[in-house]
Design a protein. Structure first.
Length: 273
């Protein structure tokens, strides 16, 4: 009886261990071939908002130009590949990259925790703020001054996300309007249809140079942020290569040269050593 019971217990233990082993088995991790794939096809497709000066926009010739375009072309040249520009619906950017219609989102893309959960980012390359822009004669200077006002942002932008995080301020607005582009939002502001726009300092200050005396930036803002290049979550080796080229361009002065061309000074973000 003892022998039979012992044998039965041993068999139960073996079956339990086998079952446990099956339950903890993991699927093999796919090899990251993202950099090799880009090198093999000789091009990466860059998804962008083509109405976001000075990062990427259509110049007088109708061709897309801008800081991000020059930066991407220099990185691509150093990698031995080319860039293919692909304007996208900004609200569908993550769908576009995950469906492999584009290889990178490279268009003044703010690094946020929500986006980091869905994408792999390069190291930061520019600093930015979400500023409040108003007409030159406006008395709005603080976030609290937006109470009862009509405030605009670009749909699915970091400006929208920054405002929506401050629920008390948002709830005080008279109306919160989302525009397809910041160009449209600023036109409505200029025409007096809305009272303020919250948007990227880099874009706003550039647009102000094109229409002097019309707008001003309020003293208060909706926070600092950093721009990075967005990749598919699994494309670690491709992102690492772009970081490598960024650091080489910082070291040899090319990053400063491109920055000075578009901003009049070197504002390229330098990672802490």
């Amino acid at each position: 009886m003892f022998k039979k019971t012992s044998l039965l217990m041993v068999m139960v233990l073996i079956i339990g261990l086998l079952a446990a082993g099956c339950g903890t088995a993991k699927e093999p991790v796919a090899e990251d071939t993202s950099l090799a794939d880009i090198q093999a096809k000789g091009v990466f497709i860059l998804g962008l908002d083509d109405a976001f000066p000075p990062m990427g926009f259509r110049g007088e010739s109708g061709e897309i130009e801008g800081f991000d375009i020059d930066l991407a072309n220099e990185v691509a040249k150093r990698m031995g590949v080319k860039v293919q520009l692909q304007p996208i619906d900004w609200t569908a950017k993550e769908m576009e990259i995950n469906n492999k219609n584009i290889d990178v989102i490279w268009s003044g893309l703010t690094i946020t925790p929500e986006r980091e959960a869905a994408l792999t980012f390069s190291q930061p390359y520019l600093g930015n703020k979400q500023v409040i822009v108003v007409l030159e004669a406006s008395t709005i200077d603080e976030k609290s001054d937006l109470a009862g006002k009509k405030v605009g942002v670009q749909l699915d932008s970091s400006g929208q996300a920054a405002v929506e995080k401050e629920t008390a301020i948002l709830d005080s607005f008279g109306e919160f309007l989302k525009f397809d582009t910041y160009t449209t939002a600023l036109l409505d502001l200029k025409n007096g249809t809305i009272d303020a726009v919250v948007g990227d300092e880099i874009l706003i200050k550039y647009m102000m140079t094109k229409d002097p005396g019309t707008f001003k930036v309020a003293s208060d803002n909706f926070g600092d942020e950093l721009y990075g290049v967005g990749f598919r979550k699994a494309d670690i080796s491709f992102a690492a290569e772009v970081n490598k080229q960024f650091n080489a361009m910082i070291a040899d002065g090319k990053a400063a040269e491109i920055s000075t061309k578009w901003f009049g000074e070197d504002i390229f973000y330098k990672p802490a050593n």
